[in-house]
Each structure stands twice: as C-alpha cells, then as structure tokens.
Design a protein around this ligand. Structure first.
Ligand code: C2E
Ligand code: CA
Ligand code: CA
Ligand code: CA
Length: 275
C-alpha cells in the first residue's frame, strides 16, 4: 500500500543525488507535457574570422526551472537521452530555433544540435521539413550539428540520412571534432559542410604547439575538402589571432559573446557591427 511505497522511495540506501535525479526526471516529463515554454534557447554568435562579422548563431537549450532557475544542458540533456525524451525535446528546440530565426531582420544562419537518437529517429526528415516549411525558413539558413558518435554505427543508414538532409538543402556540421572517435575517413565519406574544432584544442593554443599543429592540420584539411572550419570556445584575442594565422574560417566563443536570449540579438548585432 501507500506507506510501503514511501518507505521504498526514501530507502536510506538511495542517496540524495539519486533522489534529486528522480525529481528532475519527473519535472522534465511534466515540463515537456504541460509547460514546454520552460525550455528556452539562448543564441551564441559565430563570426567570420577574416571580417569579424557574424555569419549566424548556434541555438543552445536551457531549462527555466520554476524552482531551480536556469538549468544548463549538461544537467538535463543526458537525462533526456536516458529517458527517451530527447527526440521530443530536440524537435521542440528545432522548431523553436527555426521559428525565431525566421523572424530575424538579417537572414543569418541558425545552427541546431542534434543528439544521436534524434538523428536516428525515423521522424527526423519529417521534423526538419516541417520546422522549415511551417516557419518559412530557407533551408540553406539551417545548420544541423552532429557529433562523431552518430557516425559510429550503421554507416549505410547514417549515410542515407545525411544525403536526405542534404537533399532538403540544409547544411551539416561535424561538432566537437577531435574529441570523440574521430576518424579522418568521416570527413571523406560524409558530406559535411563544416567542421567545428572542439574547445579542447583552442583553450591552450597560446602555450601548446601540439594543439596549434592539430588546428593547422584540421583547417588545412577543411580547406582542401571545401569545408568551413569553425573554432569553438574562443575566449581571448590571442587565441583568435592564432586561429586567423592557421586560416580558420569562423570563430565562436566568449570573446564575441556568451549565449544570450533571443531578445538580446538586435543589440548584440549592433555591438558586433561596431567592433
Ligand atoms: P556544444 O554543442 O559543443 O556547445 C558549445 C558549448 O560551449 C555551449 O555550452 C556554450 O555555452 C559553450 N561555450 C561557448 N563558447 C565558450 C567559451 O568561449 N568558453 C567556454 N568555456 N564555453 C563556451 P552549453 O550551452 O552549456 O551546451 C553544452 C552542450 O549541450 C552543447 O555542446 C551540446 O552538446 C548540448 N546542447 C545544447 N543545446 C542542445 C540542444 O538543443 N539539443 C541537443 N541535443 N544538445 C544540446
Ligand atoms: Ca554544437
Ligand atoms: Ca561543439
Ligand atoms: Ca562540446
């Protein structure tokens, strides 16, 4: 009966972390079903290295939790993946990003992260098509970011999905390049438009010549394969200069802006245009 259930829930063997996690799981189900507006997107600009002009924004999800305040994705994306809610949450982010970007005064690009489960979902093509057409967003403005993890299995199916996405006219970026199970053959076998060089290789660029060598190799490869190279996590002017020296195409990081709510975009664009 009821008391027994309670005893079970407050089992002293279950530590506070596990309880907090279960609470967060319940909250996430509730939010997705009854209060999807609690999830919001913040936007971080991506700039062209040669001109320092913004080319677009990456949409990064946050959860405005009624009691906890703003929760970052590291706390709830892995949970959503384990709970099988990531496909729904990802679709929500995709629709929202396309809707917001369609309203921007300047037709800049919008990058959206896709988790591996979302990429493998049979509804992916339908979801992307609807997000574009429902909002009247030109497909070439949408970039989908996938990590190396999605390329690990089912090469045939993965390739077919990538081709179908490309056929829609959207761009595909390889995110976090160099951190996962990187293989140069991915860059040869899959039709990527962009490679995002992970922050891990940018952070110590000023002091570590091995990182500089890696960045140089990746940007050179991108140039030869006609892909854009985007450095992530650029925080200092010195890093930016080194990246420019390595012929990196784009940069993204706190040097230009942290991710900000949609309402801050016009002021941010005005500031970046003046710099
Ligand atoms: P990511 O796609 O690699 O996103 C870049 C992360 O680096 C973001 O963290 C961003 O805020 C942070 N960042 C940007 N510039 C700098 C910098 O100069 N220095 C430092 N230290 N960090 C910087 P965030 O927003 O916490 O997102 C973390 C991860 O959560 C993302 O990594 C992405 O994998 C995932 N994520 C975010 N939004 C979504 C989403 O809508 N769907 C899915 N599936 N995953 C998402
Ligand atoms: Ca990303
Ligand atoms: Ca990344
Ligand atoms: Ca990352």
């Amino acid at each position: 009966h009821e008391a027994r259930g309670r005893v079970c829930f407050f089992d002293p063997g279950m530590d506070a972390r596990a309880q907090a996690r279960r609470q967060l799981e319940r909250d996430m189900r509730r939010a997705l079903m009854t209060a999807p507006e609690e999830f919001e997107l913040h936007y971080q600009p991506v700039v062209e290295v040669a001109t320092r002009r913004p080319t677009g924004f990456e949409a990064l999800i946050r959860w405005r939790h009624p009691e906890r305040g703003l929760v970052l994705p590291v706390e709830f994306i892995p949970l959503a993946e384990e709970m099988g809610l990531i496909v729904e949450l990802g679709a929500l982010a995709l629709r929202r990003a396309c809707a917001e970007a369609a309203g921007w005064v300047r037709p800049l690009r919008i990058a959206v992260n896709l988790s591996p489960a979302q990429f493998r979902s049979p509804r992916l093509i339908e979801t992307v098509t609807a997000a574009l057409s429902d909002n009247g967003l030109a497909p070439e403005r949408l970039e989908l970011e996938i990590t190396e993890g999605v390329l690990l299995h089912d090469t045939e199916a993965t390739m077919a999905t990538l081709r179908r996405l490309k056929a829609l006219g959207v761009r595909i970026s390889m995110d976090d390049f160099g951190t996962g199970y990187s293989s140069l053959s991915y860059l040869r076998n899959f039709p990527f438009d962009k490679v995002k060089i992970d922050r891990a290789f940018v952070r110590d660029l000023e002091t570590r010549s091995d990182d500089a060598a890696i960045v140089q190799a990746v940007t050179g490869l991108c140039e030869r394969l006609a892909m854009t190279s985007t450095a992530e996590g650029v925080e200092t002017e010195a890093q930016f200069r080194l990246l420019a020296g390595e012929r990196c195409t784009e940069a993204q990081g706190y040097l230009f802006s942290r991710p900000i709510p949609a309402s801050g975009i016009p002021a941010l664009l005005a500031r970046l245009a003046l710099e």
